[in-house]
Design a protein around this ligand. Structure first.
Ligand code: PUT
Length: 292
């Protein structure tokens, strides 16, 4: 039996990039020390979640994702040293365009590719449409050293279409770096809703699903968000295998036999019995049956 061990980390971010990268590196090391081969760090971990307000100056946080990117370079070195796969979530500047992006770094430090967040949220406290163009990469899965991994970024996690697409593309596991917490206007606590939706992706696609969320209270002037952590790893039936609390820094790990899960996925028949010819409405915005 060959298993893949996944690690998920959560921590509080400050407004200091070096501090945040050091915290991420420290926790990735801890996860690798516990045997993790793929380690998920939270969304936009270089800094505070600036999208809680709309301010022109925050665009200066973006960088081109090339060799000059210090955080990307540090994470690639770390991946190579520890022999771990690292999905790295970053604010990308590409010419005049800005994306909420993820670089998939393999266990030798090489870059497997780029994903740009497809679903961009907007609403009080989460004003991402002000900053990010909707991603133009389409969904992505990568054949890493330790399994084929699909990654969605935060708001992507609410869309079963995205999870199913990555499953159809051959993913063995789905990973979601995220930044979510309090709702400033309604006060709604979305934690269980958030987890339940992703656990559904695990059960519906018969594969491990995990999310890494930040913790801590972040303030911009009068504005304030409390991030609820609660990062987790779900097994292929949607069961919670490892979970974090709302406010403590945590390293989670869990091991899965991805080959055995692949066989179970085939045997359960969910993919055999799909009826894509009946799903045309899913490819329309308004639910009409006219496609194309
Ligand atoms: N990270 C986006 C979350 C949106 C919650 N309203």
């Amino acid at each position: 039996m060959v298993t893949t061990t996944f690690g998920v980390v959560q921590f509080a971010c400050s407004d200091n990039v070096d501090e945040n990268v050091a915290a991420a590196a420290r926790l990735v090391r801890e996860a690798a020390g516990q045997g993790a081969q793929v380690v998920l760090v939270q969304e936009l971990f270089e800094g505070l979640y600036f999208c809680q307000e709309e301010r022109a100056e925050h665009f200066a946080r973006a960088r081109p994702l090339d060799k000059s990117h210090a955080t990307l370079h540090a994470m690639r070195e770390l991946a190579a040293e520890l022999k771990v796969v690292l999905p790295v979530s970053l604010f990308e500047q590409a010419g005049q365009a800005y994306y909420n992006s993820l670089v998939m770094v393999d266990a030798d430090g090489g870059v497997l590719g780029l994903y740009r967040k497809s679903h961009i949220p907007d609403g009080p406290g989460y004003e991402e449409k002000f900053y990010f163009r909707p991603g133009d990469t389409g969904f992505k899965v990568w054949p890493t050293r330790y399994g084929t991994i699909g990654v969605g970024i935060c708001w992507d996690q609410w869309f079963p279409e995205a999870a199913r697409s990555m499953a159809l593309m051959g993913a063995d596991a789905l990973l979601y770096p995220t930044a979510i917490g309090s709702e400033p206007v309604t006060g709604y606590d979305s934690r269980e809703h958030w987890r339940t939706v992703m656990r559904g992706h695990a059960g519906a696609n018969i594969m491990p699903v995990m999310a890494a969320n930040r913790i801590g209270i972040e303030r911009f002037g009068e504005r304030e968000l409390t991030f609820y952590g609660s990062s987790f790893i779900a097994g292929p039936h949607g069961e919670l295998v490892a979970e974090a609390g709302r406010s403590a820094e945590v390293v989670l790990t869990a091991s899965f036999d991805l080959e055995a899960i692949r066989a179970e996925r085939a045997a359960w028949g969910l993919f055999r019995d799909r009826r894509p010819e009946l799903y045309g409405r899913l490819a329309t915005a308004d639910g009409s049956t006219k496609v194309g």
